[in-house]
Design a protein around this ligand. Structure first.
Ligand code: 3HC
Length: 307
């Protein structure tokens, strides 16, 4: 694990154990990069099946990282990383002795709020809480926690695929303490990531810029300005993006993008965001209604079943 060691910065954050809620693609990725950095990881979800699915995602991805970091002993690398991960469906036990909770469950304000209110009562007084939400406000998620916990609450927004994307947005609310913020910043560096600081505003930095761009790309095909294939080629060759907007929409999931856009409608009504940013796009809405959600469902703007 020489490569991983090299990426790690000195430990100054007091974080040894991280509990991750949600063993989906994001949660599994966060578990993996944490385990690669030598943190003890407790991966938590509501069913054993979900945990098994998360471990499968991790297994495949760790082997991919091992191929680069430790080509002579991929198995040894994988074993070492996986040895840092335990799983449980018992939320209370998962936070009974942990330094950091990172939540990557479904994007529902109510479910997230309730989970954190429950964990607030069960976790130690110094445990830091973080959410990986991509579109909900961190303050709103922390709303039912105590004032003490709100000072220990921030956002840790990772990007898909987590093991490959270097960025983490570290989100600070009005109540996040300086020490909490520093600890979150430092732990992401230990994970080999590059943290950036952002306030608790809609979409933080990346999604605030990326989602309006993706929606406008969809409106371009709604209007017949250009084909999706040509728009994808244009943005890759003309703007240097690794994926065109439609490839990226399929990669993120059309339902996820639509969910973010829908959530922003209320923010636009409240004057926090410009109305034009959230104007509906028929091409995304139509595909979501047909259940064609992108790569995960085999079809979205493109067909992934014919390969
Ligand atoms: N696990 C481990 N490593 C992975 C990986 C995974 N799941 N996926 C990719 N990688 C690594 C590969 O091993 C490779 O590493 P190397 O360069 O050191 O050899 C590197 O990533 C590139 O992968 P590939 O060569 O297989 O493929 P590409 O060069 O085509 O890159 C990509 C794939 C990294 C996905 C690239 O196309 C990309 O950057 N796409 C844009 C992704 C993006 O914008 N993500 C953000 C989405 S928005 C979001 O997540 C926010 C949410 O809130 C909506």
């Amino acid at each position: 694990a020489v490569g991983v060691q090299r990426l790690m910065s000195t430990k100054t954050d007091g974080i040894n154990t991280i509990t991750i809620f949600g063993a989906g693609l994001m949660g599994a990725g966060i578990a993996q990069v944490s385990a690669q950095a030598g943190l003890k990881v407790i991966l938590t979800d509501v069913t054993d099946k979900a945990l098994e699915n998360g471990l499968n995602i991790i297994n495949k991805s760790v082997a991919r990282v091992g191929k680069k970091q430790q080509p002579d002993d991929i198995e040894g690398f994988t074993k070492k990383v996986l040895a840092n991960i335990t799983t449980t469906t018992d939320a209370e036990q998962a936070v009974s002795s942990t330094d950091l909770v990172c939540e990557a469950i479904i994007e529902s304000i109510k479910v997230k709020r309730d989970l954190f209110a429950y964990l607030d009562k069960k976790a130690g007084a110094n445990t830091i809480f973080a959410s990986n939400t991509s579109s909900l406000g961190i303050s709103e998620i922390a709303e039912n926690c105590t004032e003490e916990r709100k000072a220990l609450f921030g956002g840790l927004h990772f990007f898909n695929p987590v093991p490959a994307m270097k960025l983490v947005e570290v989100v600070r609310t009005d109540k996040t303490s300086e020490a909490t913020y520093q600890a979150l910043f430092d732990v992401t560096k230990r994970m080999g990531k590059v943290p950036v600081a952002c306030k608790d505003t809609p979409g933080f930095i990346v999604n605030r810029l990326l989602v309006p761009y993706l929606l406008e790309a969809a409106r371009m095909i709604d209007r017949g300005d250009a084909t999706k294939e040509d728009i994808d080629i244009a943005m890759k060759l003309g703007a240097g993006y690794p994926m065109g907007p439609f490839e990226l929409l399929d990669y993120i999931g059309l339902d996820t993008t639509q969910f973010i856009a829908d959530g922003w409608v209320d923010k636009a009504k409240a004057g926090v965001l410009p109305e034009a940013l959230v104007e509906p796009t028929s091409s995304i809405v139509d595909l979501v209604n047909k259940g064609e959600l992108g790569r995960k469902s085999g079809k979205g703007f493109y067909d992934y079943t014919k390969k």
